[in-house]
Design a protein around this ligand. Structure first.
Ligand code: TEU
Length: 549
């Protein structure tokens, strides 16, 4: 087949700039901080960095509410500094992928200011405006992902506008070709500047099922807002932005709620839509009626979900691989044992994930086993999603503050947003000022210096995995086959390319896996393992091994 694209053997590192490194002491991470850490990222060996948004924003949703798409927010730096970061990253062979947030803008964006100014403004139809329902309430029953209705009444013109997220994040109307043209022009401006691609925020929501928007009040969940025209929009975007630029840019679409069969259509190269997507099935298995309602996770259910996506995109399309990001709790706390077996379980999930077929994404701090945080008070939290949920649950549904706080502890997004833990100095070496959110109190023992001082370094384990993907085509392209899907402890699978077969065996539990392994490893060469030496037949708690058979 044609030479596989670079991103099939690449590893992408997600930087959440606000919490990564602060170079000017204002307590918020910035571009200067990222520039200072490029050596660290180069040492890890990653091929690309995805930056969460650094554009001008009132920061209601930490930059996912954009006021100006073609500038840098002063809190992060300037366009000149961005150009310097881009050049320095490229010198080190690291690509820079920007976050494209075009399902919605900030309510302070000029486009929305014009749109809301009058019913006859030329930009009125750039957003979703609707008259009140007969009872004066919102046009339909859609709910915001950040609690409350997805409609807000705007006094200036007496109509409601749609916002799937915060009321400060009005949804753009992609039915309007002028909106699409303006977005494509902005995207071309960034590609002309030299950026290497985009992570596209909730990009499947840009196509709304218009009949749902104008229909009767649907059931509370309203079903996915995604309409079929999404494929037309993404193919048009590809034609207007990426075609003719040499095909080297990375596009990854964040798509809550899509299925494997949707993903085949989105990532089939022949359809020229996106290269890969972030799907949410495996990070929803342990959530009940809402994300803060944590349920026990079944390993067989996780294995079934991930192997369904491996099988579904085996012949056409491509998977992204992630277990955490800036919206999810820390993987070692959610999927591992972040106390007695932090090193073992962090490295087990790293090996398991990176040996799947797809492009792995490392979220800042995952490479040193950073854990969830448990602040004593809701006042220590910053995330609009958690704060709105807490207020609604306690004030409107009369839930006990302690019970609601427990849900924020387990599933809240701030678990991923406490400052990156560089060293044991004040504020984990993140800032010389007061951090915008407190550092996790466990930073003295969990930081990039402490991790690499020890024999058992999670960082060095990730380095080995990244190098393996760069060296071995079987890691990037080998066919995936799950073994023992029903086993409650064992996560085992093979990867095969030509006459080369790799085998992963992992004991994803606190209990030893005794007795002969249900898969035959005799004759296999141990390529990588997270315990020193092998002791006989079974697997120790959270022990993971990679064999070449
Ligand atoms: O998140 C999309 C999304 O679905 C979020 O609701 C996320 O899945 C949820 O918080 C997980 O519990 C994207 C961005 O990643 C997120 O940071 C933004 O807040 C959101 O879109 C709006 O831009």
């Amino acid at each position: 087949s044609a030479a596989a694209p670079w991103w099939t053997r690449a590893v992408v590192y997600q930087v959440y700039p606000r919490s990564f490194a602060d170079s000017d002491g204002d307590g918020v991470g910035d571009l200067g901080g990222i520039r200072a850490k490029l050596g660290y990222l180069a040492e890890l060996g990653v091929d690309a960095v995805w930056l969460s948004p650094v554009y001008p924003s009132p920061q209601h949703d930490n930059g996912y509410d954009i006021r100006d798409y073609q500038d840098i927010d002063p809190v992060f730096g300037s366009l000149a500094e961005f150009d310097a970061l881009l050049a320095e990253a490229h010198e080190r062979g690291i690509k820079i992928v920007m976050d494209l947030v075009v399902n919605h803008t900030s309510d302070e964006h000029d486009w929305f200011q014009e749109s809301r100014s009058s019913r006859t403004n030329p930009r009125r139809d750039w957003y979703w405006w609707r008259p009140a329902a007969a009872d004066g309430g919102p046009p339909n029953g859609w709910r915001s992902a950040f609690s409350g209705p997805a409609w807000t009444l705007d006094g200036a013109t007496g109509e409601y506008y749609l916002h799937l997220f915060a009321r400060q994040q009005p949804d753009l109307n992609w039915e309007n070709a002028e909106v699409r043209r303006a977005v494509y022009a902005m995207m071309n401006w960034w590609l002309d500047r030299g950026v290497d691609g985009f992570r596209m925020d909730v990009i499947n929501f840009i196509a709304k099922r218009v009949e749902l928007v104008d229909g009767p009040r649907p059931s509370v969940d309203g079903g996915s807002p995604m309409g079929p025209q999404i494929h037309d929009y993404l193919q048009e975007m590809h034609r207007e932005v990426f075609a003719g630029r040499g095909g080297e840019h990375l596009t990854v679409g964040e798509m809550p709620g899509v299925s494997v069969s949707d993903a085949v259509l989105f990532t089939d190269p022949a359809r020229a839509e996106v290269d890969m997507i972030f799907q949410f099935e495996h990070v929803s298995l342990d959530q009940g009626e809402h994300k803060f309602h944590a349920l026990p996770l079944s390993l067989p259910a996780l294995k079934k979900s991930l192997s369904r996506w491996q099988d579904g995109l085996a012949d056409t399309g491509w998977n992204s691989l992630y277990l955490n990001n800036h919206d999810q709790p820390r993987l070692v706390s959610r999927f591992g044992n972040d106390s007695e077996y932090r090193y073992e379980s962090a490295t087990l999930w790293a090996l398991v994930l990176h040996l799947h077929r797809g492009t792995p994404y490392i979220y800042q701090g995952e490479e040193i086993g950073m854990t969830n945080v448990r602040f004593d008070s809701i006042d220590d939290y910053r995330d609009i999603e958690s704060l709105n949920h807490f207020r609604e649950a306690v004030q409107e549904f009369d839930r006990s503050p302690a019970a609601v706080l427990a849900g924020v502890h387990t599933m809240g997004r701030d678990n991923a947003r406490t400052p990156m833990q560089w060293d044991a100095s004040d504020n984990a070496g993140f800032t010389s000022g007061t951090p915008w959110i407190a550092a996790n109190p466990n930073f003295p023992g969990i930081n990039t210096v402490a991790d690499r001082a020890g024999e058992r370094s999670i960082f060095r384990f990730y380095q080995r995995l990244i190098a393996l993907r760069h060296e071995s085509p079987v890691v990037a392209l080998g066919a995936f086959s799950m073994l023992e899907p029903e086993h409650e402890q064992l996560y085992a699978f093979t990867r095969t390319l030509g006459d080369e077969t790799l085998l992963v065996v992992a004991n994803a539990s606190d209990a030893p896996l005794v007795g002969p392994l249900p898969v035959d490893v005799t004759g296999g060469d141990l390529v990588l393992g997270n315990y020193a030496g092998a002791d006989g037949s079974g697997l120790r708690p959270w022990e993971a091994r990679l064999y070449r058979l």
